[in-house]
Design a protein around this ligand. Structure first.
Ligand SMILES: [Zn+2]
Length: 155
């Protein structure tokens, strides 16, 4: 699921008010075009139609690639201490899931361990890193055993 909401914002440069769309989360498996927009830096920016200045918005954001199991949560650094945000996590930095999700082991493992960043650029870098690993290693099989040596032998 991808979620967005519309909000009226004021341009910090010229004071012009206009409605902007802020994305709280994108699921790139379901909405691949949003991934493209995100990597072009088009999401969660306030594009002033008056003075043409671009301003990043202060908006929490979750990147979810269900296929590659990449889950990254961006939190604006100035909102790191928000009670609501902190309440999402255990002391170990894992997410407290609703009971119905916690019952499904595969979801539990992936959804409860988002990579948390406080910088949007870092989010892009991290996704890129994970995609490189995915290309190199293939899908995570779940098992932690094995040396991986068999992957290297040319058959
Ligand atoms: Zn402006």
């Amino acid at each position: 699921m991808s979620t967005s909401h519309q909000i009226e914002l004021e341009c910090p440069h010229c004071g012009h008010k206009q409605v902007a769309t802020l994305w709280g989360s994108i699921n790139v498996t379901v909405h691949p075009h949003l991934k493209e927009e995100f990597f072009k830096g088009r999401l969660n920016f306030f594009d002033c139609e008056e003075c043409k200045m671009q301003t990043p918005t202060i908006c929490g954001f979750m990147y979810n690639d269900m296929h590659k199991k990449i889950l990254v949560q961006y939190q604006p650094p100035q909102e790191m201490e928000d009670r609501e945000f902190l309440d999402l996590f255990t002391a170990n930095g894992t997410v407290v899931l609703p009971e119905e999700l916690a019952k499904i082991p595969e979801i539990q493992q992936y959804m409860s361990q988002p990579h948390v960043v406080f910088d949007m650029e870092e989010l892009r870098r991290y996704v890129r890193f994970r995609e490189l690993l995915y290309e190199r290693r293939g899908p995570e099989t779940g098992g932690s055993g094995g040396t991986g040596a068999e992957d290297e032998s040319p058959n």
